[in-house]
Design a protein around this ligand. Structure first.
Ligand SMILES: [Zn+2]
Length: 422
C-alpha cells in the first residue's frame, strides 16, 4: 500500500509541476512576441515610454526565468524532505528532546512541527534572498537592507514561537482528548483563532514590523472621512505606514474588525498619486468591505479547512501513509505535517477557482468606486499609474493570468469600468 500512496502523490505532484512550468514558459513566449510586434501596447500609448515598456518586459522575463529555477528547487526540497529521511530524523530528534518535557506527547509534536517548519524556512532562503536582493534590487524596487532583513527574520521567528507553541499545543491536545469529533473541535478552535488574529494583527503584530502614524489632518483626511461617511463605513482610524523602508511597491488596505478596523495607506502610495487617484483606490478598498468580500473569502476558506480536517481524521491512523514517507507509526503531529506537505495537490485545483472569485470581487469593487466617486477617470488613472510604477506585465498570456492572477489585468479592469459607465 505504501507504493500506491507514493504513486498517487508523485502523479499529482508531477502534474502540478508540469502545468505551472508550461504556463510560465507560455507566458514568457507570449510577452517576448508582443514586444516584437510594436513599441508600447495600444492601451498604454502616451502613458508609458517605450523605455518603460521595455523595462517592464525585462522585469517580467527576469521573474519568469527565476521562477523556472526557483520552482524546480522548491520542489526538489519538498521531495528531499519527504523521501530523503528528513522526517524520520526530525521525529527521532524531537522524541529525544521532548520526552522529558511534560506533557511529553504534545511537547514532541510541537518540537516536530516547529522543526519541520524551520527546516523549510532555511532551505527556502536561497530563492528568497535572490528574489529580494537580486531581481527586486536590480529593477530598483528593493529598499530592504541586510540589517532590516535579519531583524525581520528574527522577529518573525520569535513571533512564530510565541504564537505557534500555544496554537500547536491546543490543536494537538484537542486531537488527543476530544474523541471522535476532534476534527470539528479543531475547526472551531482554528476559526476562533483566526478571528482573534484579525483583531491582534493590526493592533499588536503589524506595528512590530512597520511604523503606523495617524494620517495628518488636512484635505486628504477630510475627504477620506467624508467618503467613508458617504458609503456608511465606520473606521477605527486612518494610518500611514512606512512601506518605503522595504520596497517602492505601493499599496493601501483595510484591516481588522470592529473597533480595531483601520485604513492603512503606504507612504509610497501617497507619494505617487494625486489626491483624486488616492481616493479612488480607497473607494475601491471600501467597496471590498461594503460588499463583504473579505467575509465571503473567509467562509470559502473555512469550508476547505473543515473538509481538510475531516479528511485528516480519516487518515490519521492509516499506517501506509506514514510509512510511505519514512515515519514508523501514525501520530497526530505526523499527520498534521504530512497534511500540510501533501495539501499541494488539493490547493492546485483550488487556486484557479479562488482567483476567479477574487477577480470577480475586484470588478465589483472597481464599479463600486466609480459609482461613489461618480467618475471612473481617477480609478483608471490610478490603475495605469500602479501598473507603470510596478512594471507589471502589460500582456500576460490569458491562460497564465486565468490561473495565477488574483486581480484582472489593467486592460480588463479599465474596459469593465468604461462598460459600466455606459
Ligand atoms: Zn481590490
Amino acid at each position: 500500500m505504501e507504493r500506491v500512496v507514493i504513486g498517487f502523490f508523485l502523479a499529482f505532484f508531477l502534474l502540478e509541476f508540469l502545468v505551472e512550468f508550461v504556463l510560465n514558459e507560455l507566458n514568457m513566449l507570449w510577452v517576448r512576441k508582443r514586444r516584437g510586434e510594436n513599441s508600447v501596447p495600444p492601451f498604454f500609448e502616451g502613458k508609458m515610454s517605450a523605455e518603460g515598456y521595455g523595462k517592464s518586459v525585462d522585469y517580467t522575463l527576469a521573474k519568469g526565468e527565476f521562477q523556472r529555477w526557483a520552482d524546480l528547487y522548491g520542489r526538489s526540497v519538498t521531495l528531499f524532505v519527504l523521501f530523503g529521511g528528513v522526517l524520520p530524523l526530525l521525529d527521532r530528534v524531537s522524541q529525544n528532546l521532548a520526552s522529558r518535557i511534560p506533557p511529553s506527547t504534545q511537547a514532541t509534536g510541537i518540537v516536530f512541527c516547529l522543526a519541520t517548519g524551520l527546516c523549510f524556512s532555511i532551505l527556502s532562503l536561497p530563492t528568497e534572498l535572490y528574489a529580494t536582493f537580486g531581481i527586486e534590487a536590480r529593477f530598483g524596487f528593493n529598499k530592504t537592507t541586510w540589517k532590516l532583513y535579519l531583524t525581520d527574520k528574527l522577529k518573525g521567528f520569535l513571533l512564530g514561537l510565541v504564537i505557534g507553541v500555544p496554537f500547536l499545543f491546543a490543536v494537538l491536545w484537542l486531537m488527543e482528548a476530544a474523541g471522535y469529533y476532534w476534527w470539528l473541535w479543531v475547526f472551531l478552535f482554528v476559526f476562533a483563532f483566526q478571528f482573534l488574529m484579525l483583531i491582534l494583527y493590526p493592533t499588536l503584530i503589524a506595528p512590530l514590523f512597520n511604523k503606523f502614524e495617524p494620517l495628518k489632518d488636512g484635505e486628504l483626511r477630510q475627504r477620506i472621512l467624508a467618503l467613508a461617511d458617504q458609503v456608511g463605513l465606520k473606521t477605527g482610524g486612518i494610518y500611514t505606514m512606512d512601506g518605503s523602508k522595504r520596497s517602492t511597491h505601493s499599496n493601501a488596505y483595510f484591516t481588522g474588525v470592529g473597533k480595531s478596523k483601520r485604513i492603512v495607506l503606504f507612504d509610497t502610495l501617497l507619494k505617487q498619486m494625486t489626491l483624486e487617484q488616492g481616493l479612488a483606490v480607497l473607494a475601491h478598498e471600501m467597496g471590498h468591505y461594503k460588499m463583504k468580500h473579505v467575509r465571503r473569502m473567509l467562509v470559502f476558506q473555512s469550508i476547505f479547512l473543515l473538509l481538510g480536517l475531516y479528511f485528516l481524521s480519516l487518515l490519521v491512523d492509516y499506517e501506509p501513509l506514514f510509512r510511505a514517507f519514512g515515519l514508523e507509526r501514525p501520530s497526530n503531529y505526523g499527520a498534521l505535517v504530512l497534511l500540510s506537505l501533501l495539501s499541494g495537490p488539493a490547493t492546485f485545483y483550488l487556486t484557479p477557482l479562488l482567483n476567479l472569485l477574487s477577480r470577480k470581487h475586484e470588478y465589483e469593487a472597481d464599479r463600486f468606486a466609480a459609482r461613489v466617486i461618480k467618475d471612473g477617470k481617477p480609478m483608471e488613472e490610478a490603475l495605469i499609474l500602479l501598473t507603470v510604477k510596478n512594471l507589471s506585465n502589460l500582456t500576460p498570456h490569458p491562460w497564465y493570468s486565468a490561473y495565477h492572477y488574483s486581480h484582472p489585468t489593467t486592460v480588463e479592469r479599465i474596459n469593465a469600468i468604461r462598460q459600466a459607465a455606459g
